[in-house]
Design a protein around this ligand. Structure first.
Ligand SMILES: Cc1cc2nc3c(=O)[nH]c(=O)nc-3n(C[C@H](O)[C@H](O)[C@H](O)COP(=O)(O)OP(=O)(O)OC[C@H]3O[C@@H](n4cnc5c(N)ncnc54)[C@H](O)[C@@H]3O)c2cc1C
Length: 339
């Protein structure tokens, strides 16, 4: 066991994690950083994001999260930050508990133990993938080329004048289709439930009818288009019929990576996102949440940044307050001695 108690530990190296580390180091707080091992990284949203078009200055990056994050990581790895930045490259956290002394004890993916006063957890979430050809991987070439997308807020504008499909069977999927219809000119919009019974509420049912959105309930058995190049032309259904689409959005819900928060019994909402105050502190004192994992905020890069800054700055305020009180006490004692 390493007995040293670090000030702040950031768990996760996506948009929220790198911003939390950057802010914490620039605030001059000792920062231990676990960006995750290869397995953690593979299942993160950061890994899947290609071109980011909704943030100024990001358009030139091929991988809109990983490329700028690497830039920030390299910047923090300079000698001048070596006394504050302690990165544990390719390492994740598997266990967390809080001792009676208020210190968090962490176990990493290599089996090492660490101690820290504050934690910022940023492990995020992942979109549920559809099973096509009995395999979730079938969709990956199209996701990589951005023919198939997951975030209508980020990439809805790619739909202009195309035929569009939305894969999903709940009211959330219906709202994705409704939003696309209301924002962009869509000649042909289809919700594909992929063999599932639609679960649309009354309002979405009515809007689907009003906007003449097609609903296709047959199972998808294959893609139409060029799998190698990721060019989508449509979907082949189990009866051999075809739905033409040059773009599709997946709306099947998300898996929330809240395991470490649950180990501490932190409060989560009914979808599994971790509930926090406005600074990002969870129901566990000194345990903060930033990025997609935090309940009640948009699941976007700029909100990940903002929530990370909230958390790092609140921790810094606590650290400064503690130091200030200690110094004041010493100062008063010394002054008293001199009188
Ligand atoms: C296809 C796609 C396109 C998108 N496009 C945009 C866009 O254009 N603009 C936009 O604003 N938003 C976009 N988003 C949303 C954006 O990706 C997320 O809002 C953002 O990634 C959230 O950041 P995060 O740090 O919370 O989570 P993530 O980026 O998912 O990062 C999670 C991190 O946690 C790490 N991790 C997981 N478990 C552990 C563990 N046990 N220990 C240590 N580390 C761990 C992972 O390695 C990873 O580094 C898109 C999302 C998707 C899926």
């Amino acid at each position: 066991m390493n007995d040293k108690v670090y000030e702040t530990t950031v768990i996760g190296g996506g948009s929220a994690g790198i911003m939390a580390a950057l802010r914490s180091v620039l605030n001059n707080d000792e920062t231990l950083f676990f960006p995750g091992n290869q397995k953690d990284k593979k299942k993160s949203r950061a890994m899947w994001v290609r071109k980011v078009e909704n943030i100024p200055g990001f358009l030139d990056f091929k991988q809109g999260i990983n490329n700028p994050n690497k830039q920030a990581y390299d910047y923090l790895s300079q000698e001048k930050y070596s006394h504050t930045f302690f990165p544990q490259k390719n390492i994740g956290i598997t266990n967390i508990e809080k001792g009676e002394d208020g210190i968090f004890n962490l176990t990493d993916s290599s089996g090492n133990n660490w101690r820290t006063k504050y934690v910022i957890l940023t492990t995020g979430m992942m979109d549920v993938q559809p099973f096509i050809e009995n395999d979730i991987r079938a969709i990956f070439p199209f996701a990589n080329s951005q023919a198939i997308e997951y975030c209508v807020r980020c990439d809805g504008h790619h739909t202009n004048d195309n035929e569009i499909a939305v894969i999903g069977h709940t009211s959330s999927a219906a709202w994705v289709a409704i939003m696309i219809n209301e924002r962009y000119k869509i000649p042909n919009l289809t919700i594909m439930t992929n063999g599932k019974t639609p679960e649309f509420d009354q309002e979405t049912k009515e809007l689907i009818e009003l906007y003449q959105i097609n609903v296709e309930t047959k199972e998808i058995v294959d893609f139409l288009g060029d799998k190698k190049e990721g060019i989508l032309e449509g979907f082949i259904l189990d009866d051999g019929s075809i739905v033409h689409a040059q773009n599709a959005f997946v709306s099947l819900g998300v898996i929330v990576y809240n395991e470490l928060a649950l180990q501490l019994n932190a409060e989560v909402d009914k979808r599994g996102f971790v509930v926090t105050n406005e600074k990002g502190q969870s129901s566990i004192e000194n345990f903060y949440i930033a990025g997609d994992l935090r309940a009640g905020i948009k699941k976007q890069i700029y909100t990940a940044w903002d929530s990370a800054v909230d958390s790092a700055d609140d921790i810094n305020a606590k650290i400064r307050r503690e130091r200030r009180q200690k110094q004041l006490l010493e100062f008063r004692e010394k002054k008293g001695d001199n009188n």
